[in-house]
Design a protein around this ligand. Structure first.
Ligand code: DX5
Ligand code: ZN
Length: 221
């Protein structure tokens, strides 16, 4: 089995202990830190912005995986790159000129990611696939941590994995929403190599490290 990446979703962490939570993730073997930026417009919730990303950058050594759930992301790419994003992922639903957006993210020195809501078909990414460094499949409707995994998204991951293979692409295939010890193996088998998890890590009764350990080991059980 290939090693897969784990990207804890920081909005599920205890913000009063942000640096401590980040250190716990790093010590427990997380690979990226996933930062969910929501604007109250593209999604109903408002979460964090560039100042928070910058604070994480100061506290972290791991790459910051920034997921922009905002309208008009083109206006904010530079500010998030400056704040310390290693990866910037935009929603196809928010980008009228997706190929230009991808080029812009790359020109800022970041990995360029694209994502899509559960109801958006995988074909919406076709033109972008040869250019991207990362594809993120949403397995919940974006907006909140702690929602139930949508099993219909297993087929979407398989479809995108097949397309990436046909292109001989090395892009990461990441999944976000409802990932747990039960759902991770299903998505791993479908072709995912990066797993975002909020509740499964930060709300684990044994603590953050125990949450990461469980996800790391669940495919072997
Ligand atoms: C959903 C966010 C996710 C979410 C994941 O809108 O993009 O990153 O916080 O949280 P869990 O793992 O609890 O579903
Ligand atoms: Zn996310």
């Amino acid at each position: 089995m290939n090693r897969f990446f784990i990207a804890p979703s920081i909005i599920a962490a205890d913000f009063t202990r942000l640096a401590e939570e980040i250190t716990a993730c790093q010590t427990a073997g997380a690979d990226w830190l996933h930062l969910d930026v929501m604007d109250g417009h593209f999604v109903p919730t408002i979460t964090i912005g560039p100042l928070f990303v910058e604070a994480c950058k100061r506290a972290a050594t791991l790459p910051l995986d920034v997921h922009l759930m905002i309208s008009n992301p083109d206006s904010y790419l530079e500010v998030f790159a400056k704040a310390g994003a290693a990866n910037i992922t935009v929603h196809v639903e928010t980008c009228p000129n997706l190929l230009q957006t991808i080029q812009k993210i790359k020109s800022l020195g970041c990995r360029a990611g694209v994502t899509l809501n559960p109801l958006t078909p995988a074909s919406a990414l076709d033109a972008a696939l040869p250019l991207v460094d990362l594809v993120l499949v949403m397995s919940v409707t974006p907006g909140y941590s702690g929602q139930a995994f949508m099993p219909e998204m297993i087929g979407k991951v398989q479809e995108i994995r097949n397309k990436l293979n046909a292109l001989r692409s090395n892009a990461h295939l990441e999944v976000d929403g409802g990932i747990s010890a039960e759902t991770l193996p299903l998505m791993l088998h479908a072709g995912t190599n990066v797993f975002v998890a909020g509740s499964a890590i930060f709300k684990h009764p044994g603590g953050t490290a125990a949450g990461i350990k469980l996800l790391r080991e669940c495919p072997l059980r």
